[in-house]
Design a protein around this ligand. Sequence first.
Ligand code: UD1
Ligand code: UDP
Length: 372
Amino acid sequence: MIKVMTLFGTRPEAIKMAPLVKALEADPEIQSVVCVTAQHRQMLDQVLDLFDIKPKHDLNIMKAGQTISEITSRVILGVESVLKEEKPDIVLVHGDTSTTFAGAIAAFYQMIPVGHVEAGLRSGNPYSPYPEEMNRRLTSQLSALHFAATEGNVENLKKEGINVQSIVKTGNTVIDALMTVIREDYTFENPLLNTIDYENRKVILMTAHRRENLGEPMENIFGAVRKIVEDHEEVEVVFPIHMNPAVRAIADKHLSGHDRIHVIEPLEYESFANLQNRCALIMTDSGGIQEEAPALGKPVVVLRTETERPEAVEAGTVVVAGVEFEAIYRITSQLIRDEATYKSMSEAVNPYGDGKACGQIVDAIKNWRNSK
Ligand code: UD1
Ligand code: UDP
């Protein structure tokens, strides 16, 4: 038996690790143990409930308004105790959060190999996304196995001197997750979402949470969104707002009191994914949404200065708008008004795999173990 400990803590990690946990649990050669840091509490629990995942270890570290250093130190200490008890053969971490990096270094300190799921994404700017770009680079250095979603991700790892034998191209597990929840006849739990006329209105789905956008960039983003709604009568905005109080304060200032701007609580994944499938376009600073939306053929206006997901830009469904009021207003307005621009960006393409990433990761772990 190979003892595999899966470690995650935030909403996007949970969504992308959920199908992998299921695949590990289903394999008779693997003993699967799940440890969550609960860097996110409620937003993590939404995903655990949906996929019926019951962690053996829950570090429950979240505090309101936590700093990166607080998360990192709490995760390193908590994971150390769990690793000493469980002694897994390998620890799997995902992506780029502080849970990812801190979990990887905690495993390294115990001399336990790390497998990095969604390895090799790079923006090239250590401060954008912040701290995720650096978390990714450091996690690569700490990992023994690298599961890369695309050829570009593989190349990024090779450029940094990562041994090519330790890299496996698998596609992104987000597609595995997405395929389990999209349904054309889906009925939302939130009644508001069932009353919106998706055929005849231009429904914009928005999310925003990035640390580097807190402050002036987010003021610009929300200001531009308000003006877009005011200037286009056919537009309706749905904004499932992140639980970060800093995001909520800025949103209150710019987005409250308009009958075509719906600021709602975070949606559980199934609802959110199906809302992506129904809306006209998406405005976001999220990473994962840039991978899901192309598969659903939904144009995405990225509210950041750069992206570590160039495949989605090359595929034509994603445009990086930056964080200035004018550019966000102009690019989004053109998508709303100009049929040709909209059509050119709404072809469904999927640079992120065939929904079979999890099976390939499980096989790679078994091959790695057998070759030792
Ligand atoms: C974190 C990750 C980011 C990832 C994002 C996904 C870091 C440093 N950041 O950012 O990479 O893109 O998650 O959403 O790892 N909160 C709650 N309940 C929750 C979740 C958050 O109340 O379920 C509030 C808390 O006050 C918390 C704050 O939001 O302190 C911020 O959460 P945190 O995990 O520190 O940062 P995110 O911006 O969510
Ligand atoms: N998501 C969700 N509910 C929401 C908003 C987003 O389930 O209300 C999902 C979304 O489909 C994607 C993931 O959460 O899979 C993205 O998470 P987030 O934007 O918080 O983090 P990032 O991907 O930027 O790290």
